[in-house]
Design a protein around this ligand. Structure first.
Ligand code: C2E
Ligand code: SIN
Ligand code: SIN
Ligand code: FE
Ligand code: FE
Length: 396
């Protein structure tokens, strides 16, 4: 009735006693406990400092092997979709045979440990029929003693830890206690790592989806605007360089980029006959044109992931001296991203043909920007921009 191969994970001690496991002396026991703490701590460190699941699992095995005095170990992870146990990490093998392991739950010793949620202890692998294929593959490794421990976190089996020794072995009680503690820690590590990589993967996929969407919109906007070829790309690139030089962080730059790509999205609300008018705008037409940043706010503010990208579309026509639109903000009331972008947008607009005028010369453009230093533009940003232009050989 009671199968001596199985120890339930939660009640190791009395089962071990019933198997007459040796106990260590008090001194050795203390040293062993300290070692165990150290091993657990190193696993914790690996969990905290690594996002690469294979590095974390490798570290877990590096701690386990000397501490539990085994010759080799693997971690097989349970793939929740396929319900197969798949090789994730291994140490101490002479051959690569086990790296292709795919076991069904219930199949072989490891599959058994998972199915029964119990430690499987095999004193002599040669005397037991395990998983046939793996037995053949393992023959050259000359393992004798074997343990498979289910890795359970939050009540779910995450995988299985397998331990191999090339000598026969009757584990002392402390060894099984350690095994239990380390298996628990390893299960937590796996749970965290899986969480991590799922999150990272979905964040990455989302970030790509956002980028693709925004670039698509941006190209559609340029088509509508009949913007000079590449205006938005050029302005975006230069804005990023300037913002980076000014010291904005990578995270801020992401929103600067999106904001720049979408800076004139509000022009979607301006009718063709005003947008493409061949001459100066009347007073009434200007009232309409000055609404385009407000339209941008209307379009973008309901979209949560674009809220932080709003500064540029909403505030790029504000002026340092407070005479801009739509809100007449002044100086540092104007979001930094918008102050940076305004300089680059006007620089590029003036160098380009417009329906209402032809392109200005480089010298004319630069004279204009300098003349507007402290009026239309943040003086510090103008200075940084000129340093940047000079650095890339664009200063005339
Ligand atoms: P835009 O053509 O992309 O110009 C962006 C900004 O560059 C302008 O914002 C302005 O600050 C600067 N800029 C562009 N061209 C000139 C120029 O010839 N002289 C000077 N001093 N600055 C220039 P702004 O003025 O708020 O204009 C916003 C948008 O309104 C412009 O975007 C353009 O679409 C439209 N717009 C502006 N002026 C006229 C105009 O005279 N005729 C027509 N049809 N549209 C105009
Ligand atoms: C916004 O309101 O979100 C952009 C402009 C500002 O920060 O005042
Ligand atoms: C800041 O306003 O955050 C400093 C950058 C500048 O205004 O030039
Ligand atoms: Fe604009
Ligand atoms: Fe523009």
């Amino acid at each position: 009735m009671f199968d001596p191969k199985f120890y339930t994970v939660t009640s190791i001690s009395h089962l071990v006693e019933s198997r007459n496991g040796d106990s260590m002396g008090a001194q050795a026991n203390l040293a062993y406990q300290v070692e165990r703490l150290n091993a657990l701590h190193n696993i914790d460190l690996a969990i905290i400092s690594n996002s690469d699941p294979y590095v974390v699992l490798g570290t877990v095995l590096d701690q386990i092997i000397p501490h539990l005095k085994v010759d080799a170990a693997t971690i097989l992870l349970l793939n929740p979709q396929s319900m197969l146990l798949e090789y994730a990490a291994g140490r101490g093998f002479h051959t690569a045979a086990l790296q292709h392991t795919h076991l069904r739950v219930g199949e072989g010793h490891a599959g058994h440990a998972v199915a029964k949620r119990r430690i499987v202890a095999i004193p002599d692998l040669g005397a037991e029929a395990g998983d046939f294929t793996r037995s053949l593959l393992l023959a050259n490794e000359r393992f004798i003693a074997y343990h498979a421990v289910p890795l359970i976190a939050k009540g779910e089996v995450k995988g299985v830890l397998e331990l191999f020794r090339r000598a026969s072995f009757t584990p002392p009680m402390e060894w099984l206690d350690s095994l239990y503690a380390i298996a628990t820690q390893a299960a937590i590590a796996i749970d965290n790592v899986a969480l991590h990589s799922d999150l990272q993967r979905s964040n990455l996929e989302l970030a790509r989806a956002y980028d693709t969407t925004i670039e698509g919109w941006s190209r559609a906007l340029d088509l509508r605007d009949r913007e000079t070829e590449g205006h938005t790309q050029r302005v975006t690139e230069m804005t990023i360089r300037l913002a980076h030089t000014i010291g904005m962080t990578q995270d801020q730059l992401k929103y600067v980029r999106w904001g720049a790509l979408l800076h004139d999205i509000g022009k979607l609300g301006i009718s063709d006959w005003i947008l493409f008018k061949q001459g100066p705008l009347t007073e009434e037409e200007w009232l309409v044109m000055r609404q385009h940043p407000v339209y941008a706010n209307d379009i973008l503010s309901p979209i949560p992931f674009l809220r932080l990208a709003l500064d540029i579309p909403y505030c790029h026509h504000e002026r340092w001296d407070g005479t801009g639109y739509p809100r007449g903000m002044r100086e540092t009331q104007i979001p930094l991203a918008a102050r940076v972008f305004a300089v680059v947008d006007v620089w590029d607009a003036l160098r380009s043909d417009r329906p209402y005028r032809s392109a200005w010369s480089e010298a004319q453009v630069q004279d204009y920007l300098l003349a507007q230093r402290g009026k239309q533009f943040d003086p510090k940003i103008i200075d940084t921009f000129f340093a940047l232009l000079s650095g890339i050989g664009l200063l005339s």
